[in-house]
Write a protein of this length. Structure first.
Length: 371
């Protein structure tokens, strides 16, 4: 398998998420957009900024409701209330929602709406726009806070991202990136928020010189500190690649250099962004990475389950491969030790570049994944 098994195609990208790009509209408008279409290279699945998605309502659960048990007597009833588990936020602007609205008679609509559009997905910020980034991040976090939900945001502007490949771009240099992160952090608000910090920035750093790598890792460590200082409720996760990329010990060493073992900058790691590896494999791998990384016992992992329902193709195909399925629905309650969440960082149905322009929504592919 090719080593770089998760390259993020952000600007017209090879993954699928929600992307809040600056297109000249008012600065408080954070509608995710797709940018230009980059050239593609033969690599396994890559993350790409997408647009937003939704969480399914309890009424759409496939499981039958539990049978009611005997009603407890008043003397046995607990006093007080138990806090409800936090719910993830679904941004109201996304390509899949646009498609659902404009295709009321399409036979695929109900499946795509109920299994993809109604679920929460990450919102990507993949363009370097220092003047508007604070307002655009705030538009997402404030809307989520108003609903009492937890947004997932993806800063994706590190210099030399994707090693100059399909997702090339980002800030012109690390000094500019540090300033962009300061502005990004200013939009986080004071509520809970999950930050998936710079997909592929650590796992795919072997194209950098030793000095460039050290400088990037120092900047990422700083980014984590800035984000968490701006909002103590922010949970920041660092790039661990996925289970078929770097060995756990090697990845942990890189993560440590980037500050991922420090509670001042990190809440743990993320894996499988825009990829297809089974959740069970990612759980095992994430735990191995965390064990090798050390740091506080509170460090955990989040896993992208958006397209891993059938696992990765055996032939290593990464570009809209056939036979894939959506995975576990996004949730903050995994029931697995040290696994903090299953997230949809890439939105199912947003093309890697084979069933449509990279980052564009393909109803055909969405239906294939969801049915």
């Amino acid at each position: 398998m090719v080593a770089a098994a998760s390259v993020v195609v952000a600007v017209g990208t090879v993954t699928g998420m929600v992307s809040a790009l600056d297109d000249g509209r008012p600065s408080d408008d954070a509608k995710p957009l797709v940018t230009r279409s980059p050239s593609l290279r033969p690599l396994p699945a890559v993350p790409t900024p997408s647009r937003t998605s939704v969480a399914p309502s309890p009424a759409r659960s496939a499981s039958p409701p539990p049978k009611p048990g005997p009603k407890p007597s008043a003397s046995k009833q607990k006093q007080g209330t138990v806090a409800a588990p936090a719910l993830l936020y679904r941004h109201p602007d996304s390509q899949v929602l646009d498609w659902v609205k404009t295709h009321p008679g399409d036979a695929r609509r109900d499946v795509i709406e109920s299994r993809i559009a109604d679920r929460p997905a990450a919102v990507w910020f993949a363009d370097f726009t220092p003047s508007t980034i604070t307002a655009r991040v705030r538009a997402v976090t404030s809307a989520a806070a108003a609903q009492g939900r937890v947004p997932v945001v993806v800063p994706y502007a590190v210099p030399q991202r994707d090693c100059g490949g399909a997702s090339e771009g980002g800030a012109p240099d690390l000094a500019a990136y540090d300033g962009w992160i300061d502005n990004f952090a200013a939009g986080l608000g004071s509520g809970e928020v999950i930050v998936v910090l710079e997909p592929d920035s650590i796992a795919q750093s072997d194209c950098l010189t030793e000095g460039e790598q050290a400088d990037r890792f120092a900047s990422l460590a700083r980014a984590g500190r800035v984000l968490k200082a701006a909002n103590p409720k922010a949970r920041v996760y660092y790039d661990a690649g996925h289970s078929d990329w770097n060995p756990a010990a090697k990845q942990a060493s890189l993560l440590d250099q980037a500050g991922a073992a420090s509670a001042a900058s990190s809440d743990g790691v993320f894996t499988n962004v825009s990829n297809f590896h089974r959740t069970s494999d990612e759980i095992a791998y994430a735990r191995q990475v965390l064990s090798a990384l050390g740091g506080p016992a509170s460090l955990g992992a989040v896993i992208d389950t958006s397209r891993n329902g059938n696992g990765a193709p055996t032939d290593g195909a990464w570009c809209d491969p056939s036979g894939r399925r959506i995975g576990q629905a996004p949730t903050l309650n995994t029931g697995e030790a040290r696994i903090d969440a299953y997230l949809w960082v890439k939105l199912p149905g947003e093309s890697d570049g084979c069933k449509g322009t990279p980052g564009s929504f393909s109803a055909e592919y969405a239906y294939e994944l969801a049915r």
